[in-house]
Design a protein around this ligand. Structure first.
Ligand code: SF4
Ligand code: ZN
Length: 304
């Protein structure tokens, strides 16, 4: 029987790239302390900041919420959960109700905004139109990013934590390269702020493997959603994910090495703040004078 590296209990999980073995208690502790170390290493949180966690209601974001609740309580930082209702019939309600019950249990303020209220349409309605030039997830991602910003501004938070894990991070890095979007690498900084815009975005779980966030969620009793989003369209991303998983299975630790290489490359990017100018419709930062959100929302509304 294998034994936990931290105590004499039987181990149930081996972190293959480091060789550490964990019992359930020490596995959860190691996840929380890893997130805490990531936050310190990249200076993600500062004294007195008001923190928002983007909570979709899925297992990753609810795990992040549990971890941030512990860490923020320790540091005396105010925490708010921010949720976006895209308007996806038969899918989003379950996630929002999971998020609501956990925020209630933890006594965390919960701000929910919807596409309908912010943009005048639901995702269901927008995707019924077929004149978009981007995939459903790309469209939804741009709108949701703005919706989270709006929720954060309403809640008065100044830093927003998202649940991207190490797998998401390296996949996005490679996807940006494969799409020729090299400029976008600059936006992947672990603690990103766009010029004078008052919000900073952080990724406290970026050094955690996806399998570890899923295991943490399972051990913490976080409900897993029974249905998937009907619009999920991952295309190239799922091929990149499979490729990375195959490499990791043959060479444990390879994703972690790749992550460190990505960080090294990103650290050499210096996105010029002058490049960002206010959108002429909403005033939010944009690269061309009209932000992606307004461009897409106007298409859905027929140029209104
Ligand atoms: Fe939006 Fe795609 Fe996520 Fe569905 S799977 S909620 S369309 S980003
Ligand atoms: Zn705009």
């Amino acid at each position: 029987m294998e034994i936990c590296s931290k105590c004499s209990s039987p181990s149930f999980y081996t972190r293959r790239y480091s060789g550490e073995k964990f019992c359930e208690v020490h596995f959860k502790e190691s996840v929380i302390s890893k997130v805490s170390r990531t936050i310190s290493k990249y200076g993600m949180l500062k004294y007195g900041e008001r923190v928002g966690v983007a909570v979709s209601g899925g297992k990753d974001s609810l795990s992040l919420l549990l971890i941030m609740e512990k860490l923020c309580r320790k540091k005396g930082l105010e925490l708010t959960a921010l949720t976006v209702d895209e308007g996806i019939e038969g899918y989003r309600d379950e996630a929002i109700s999971n998020a609501t019950s956990i925020t209630k249990k933890l006594g965390i303020r919960h701000v929910v905004v919807s596409y309908r209220e912010l943009f005048g349409f639901t995702l269901d309605k927008a995707l019924r139109q077929d004149d978009r030039d981007v995939s459903s997830c790309s469209f939804c991602g741009v709108m949701r990013r703005r919706a989270i910003d709006e929720a954060a501004l309403r809640a008065g938070v100044n830093v927003v934590a998202t649940a991207h894990n190490l797998d998401d991070f390296v996949q996005t890095f490679l996807m940006n390269l494969l799409h020729g979007d090299v400029e976008r690498l600059g936006f992947m900084s672990p603690s990103y702020k766009d010029g004078a815009f008052p919000l900073r975005r952080i990724k406290p779980m970026m050094e955690l493997y996806e399998e570890e966030t899923a295991l943490f969620a399972y051990l913490s009793g976080i409900p897993f959603q029974s249905v998937s989003c009907p619009y999920m369209h991952e295309g190239l991303r799922s091929e990149v994910r499979d490729f990375l998983n195959q490499l990791e299975a043959k060479h444990p630790g390879m994703k972690y090495v790749l992550f460190n290489s990505c960080m090294e490359v990103i650290s050499h990017f210096n996105i010029s703040k002058e490049k960002s100018k206010p959108c002429k419709f909403c005033g939010m930062p944009s690269s061309s004078g009209i932000c992606g959100t307004c461009r897409m929302a106007r298409l859905v509304r027929g140029g209104v």
